[in-house]
Design a protein around this ligand. Structure first.
Ligand SMILES: Cc1cc2nc3c(=O)[nH]c(=O)nc-3n(C[C@H](O)[C@H](O)[C@H](O)COP(=O)(O)OP(=O)(O)OC[C@H]3O[C@@H](n4cnc5c(N)ncnc54)[C@H](O)[C@@H]3O)c2cc1C
Length: 464
C-alpha cells in the first residue's frame, strides 16, 4: 500500500493534466510543487507571461492599427514597465485561481516543497522552511520541466543582463536590447520589444534561425524584421560579455563586431530541472542536458512505474504537447488506452508578426522526393486584410500532386496561430485540395486566405 496511487512532481501543463486525468479515473493523486504557486514555467515565467506581455504591447503600442495610421501611431505614449506588469499579474492570478479550483474540484492534493527520490517508490518533500516529509507512490510522473541555461561567461545580474525567466519581471523598459539566441523564445522577445520601438539586436551563432520552419516563411519574416530595424547578427558567436563603465553590457562577437545595449537577454537554451531529484535513488539517469528518456508511446522511463512528460523529455517542449503527454502517461499508468496521437500537431511562434506551421515544410517535401505544388495567399489580398489595414501576412499551402492531399500549411501574420487549426484539421483528416476549392468560407475573414492559396495551387496543378 502506498500513500498515493499517483505522485506528480511539478504542476506545469503535463503535471496538471496527468493529475486531473488520474483523479478523474478515481485515483488518489498528490502534486508536489516547489514554486510558490501552482502552474509551472508555463504560468509563471514562460507561455502565459510572454503571451500576456505580447498582447499588452500590441494593445498599448497600437501596433495592429499602424497599417492605417502610420508607424508613429500609439495608443499610449511613454509605455513603462509598470504598464506591462499590471496586466501580467492580473492574468497570472486568474490562471492560478482556475488551476487551484480544478485541483480542488477533482480532489487532487497538493504539497508545497521540493521533491527528491529516496527510493523508486518514495520521495522526500522539503518545504521552504526546511521541514522534510516522506511519501510513497504507486506511480510517479516527473514533470519538473526546465530552467534557463546560464553559462558562466554570461554575467547575469538581474539589472541589465537577464535570462528568459527573469525578463518577465522587467524593472524598466530599455531603449536598446541585445538578445542572444534566435530560438523560439529569443525571437519572440526580440520582436515583442521591437514592437515597443526598443532598438533590438538579435545574435545567433548559426547562419540561419528557426530551421524547422519553412524557409520561405522565414524569408518573409526576416524581411519584415529588417524593415523594422531589428539588427540581425547571424553566424556570430559571442566571444565575451562584459560591462562598460556606465554599466551597459558589451557583447563582443567572434567576428570582431561589438554590440553595446542598455540590456541583454540571454535566451540560448534550457536544461532539464532534474539535478536535485536524486534520480539515482530511483534507478534513473539523464542526458547531458538533464533530460529523461521515455518510451514515446507510453511516456514510461526505464523504471516502468515512473513516467516523465513535458519539457523534461525534450522535443517539442510546448505547453500544448506537454498537456497531452501528461494525459497519456496517466491513462497508461491506470490501464486506460488513450487514443493514438494525431500525426501532425501545430507549432505556434508568438513573435510579432506571429507564425504558425503544421505538417511538412517545402524542404521536407523535397527531401522525401514527393511531387508537390504550393499555393500562396497574401493577407492584403483578402477583404478582411483591407479592413484591418494589413500590409503583410502570408499563407503557404503545400499539396501532393499525385494524391492532391494537403501536406503542410505555413502562416506568418496576424492570427496565424488561430488560423492554422483549419489546416491542421484538414491535414489530420487526410483532406485534399478539393476541401479548399469546394467549400465556402465566411466573408470577410482572414481564413479566406485558405481559399485563395488553395486556388493558387489548383491553378498551378491544372497547368502542370
Ligand atoms: C518564454 C517561454 C515562452 C513559451 N511560450 C510557449 C507558447 O507560446 N506555447 C507553448 O505551447 N509553449 C510555450 N513555452 C513552453 C512551455 O512553457 C513548456 O512547454 C511547458 O511549460 C512545459 O510544461 P511542463 O509540464 O514540462 O512543466 P513546467 O511548466 O516546466 O513546470 C515544471 C514545474 O515543476 C516544478 N519543479 C521542478 N523541480 C521540482 C522539484 N524537485 N520538486 C517539486 N517541483 C519541482 C517547477 O517549480 C515548475 O513549477 C514557452 C516557454 C518559455 C520559457
Amino acid at each position: 500500500m502506498h500513500d498515493y496511487e499517483m505522485i506528480v512532481i511539478g504542476s506545469g501543463p503535463s503535471g496538471r493534466r496527468a493529475a486531473v486525468q488520474a483523479a478523474k479515473l478515481g485515483k488518489s493523486v498528490l502534486v508536489v510543487e516547489k514554486g510558490r504557486r501552482v502552474g509551472g514555467v508555463s504560468v509563471h515565467t514562460g507561455t502565459i507571461p510572454s503571451k500576456t506581455l505580447r498582447e499588452t504591447v500590441l494593445n498599448l503600442s497600437g501596433w495592429r492599427e499602424r497599417g492605417f495610421y502610420g508607424r508613429s501611431y500609439r495608443v499610449k505614449q511613454d509605455i513603462g514597465a509598470s504598464d506591462l506588469l499590471a496586466r501580467l499579474h492580473k492574468t497570472l492570478d486568474h490562471e492560478v485561481d482556475v488551476l487551484e479550483h480544478q485541483f480542488s474540484r477533482n480532489g487532487v492534493k497538493t504539497a508545497r516543497g521540493a521533491a527528491r527520490f529516496v527510493s523508486p517508490y518514495d520521495i522526500e518533500i522539503t518545504s521552504e522552511t526546511g521541514e522534510h516529509t516522506t511519501v510513497s507512490g504507486g506511480n510517479f510522473l516527473i514533470a519538473v520541466g526546465t530552467r534557463p541555461f546560464r553559462p558562466d561567461y554570461v554575467p547575469f545580474d538581474g539589472l541589465n543582463v537577464f535570462d528568459s525567466d527573469e525578463i518577465v519581471e522587467l524593472p524598466r523598459l530599455p531603449r536598446s536590447l541585445a538578445v542572444i539566441g534566435a530560438g523560439v523564445i529569443g525571437v519572440e522577445y526580440a520582436t515583442i520589444f521591437s514592437a515597443l520601438d526598443v532598438q533590438v539586436t538579435l545574435i545567433e551563432p548559426r547562419s540561419s534561425f528557426l530551421d524547422f520552419i519553412d524557409k520561405e516563411l522565414i524569408e518573409e519574416f526576416t524581411h519584415e524584421l529588417r524593415d523594422r530595424n531589428v539588427a540581425l547578427r547571424l553566424g556570430s558567436k559571442v566571444a565575451a560579455i562584459e560591462f562598460g563603465n556606465d554599466g551597459r553590457p558589451i557583447c563582443r562577437l567572434g567576428d570582431g563586431r561589438t554590440v553595446i545595449t542598455e540590456m541583454l537577454l540571454f535566451a540560448a537554451g534550457r536544461v532539464g530541472a532534474t539535478d536535485t531529484l536524486n534520480l539515482g535513488a530511483a534507478g534513473l539517469d539523464v542526458d547531458h542536458r538533464g533530460r529523461l528518456q521515455v518510451d514515446p508511446k507510453t511516456l514510461q522511463t526505464s523504471v516502468s512505474h515512473i513516467y516523465a512528460a513535458g519539457d523534461v523529455i525534450g522535443f517539442p517542449s510546448l505547453a500544448s504537447t506537454s498537456m497531452e503527454q501528461g494525459r497519456v502517461a496517466a491513462c497508461h499508468a491506470f490501464g486506460l488506452e488513450p487514443p493514438p496521437p494525431p500525426e501532425f500537431f501545430p507549432y505556434g511562434i508568438y513573435s510579432v508578426p506571429e507564425m504558425s506551421t503544421v505538417g511538412m515544410s517545402e524542404e521536407e517535401v523535397r527531401k522525401r522526393a514527393i511531387p508537390y505544388e504550393c499555393g500562396i495567399a497574401r493577407f492584403r489580398e483578402t477583404s478582411r486584410g483591407h479592413i484591418m489595414g494589413l500590409n503583410t501576412g502570408m499563407m503557404k499551402m503545400i499539396f501532393s500532386v499525385k494524391t492532391r492531399r494537403l501536406l503542410g500549411v505555413h502562416i506568418v501574420g496576424e492570427g496565424a496561430t488561430e488560423l492554422i487549426h483549419i489546416g491542421q484539421a484538414v491535414l489530420n483528416l487526410k483532406g485534399t485540395i478539393d476541401y479548399f476549392i469546394e467549400n465556402t468560407f465566411n466573408y470577410p475573414t482572414l481564413a479566406e486566405a485558405y481559399k485563395i492559396a488553395g486556388l493558387d495551387a489548383w491553378n498551378r496543378m491544372s497547368r502542370a
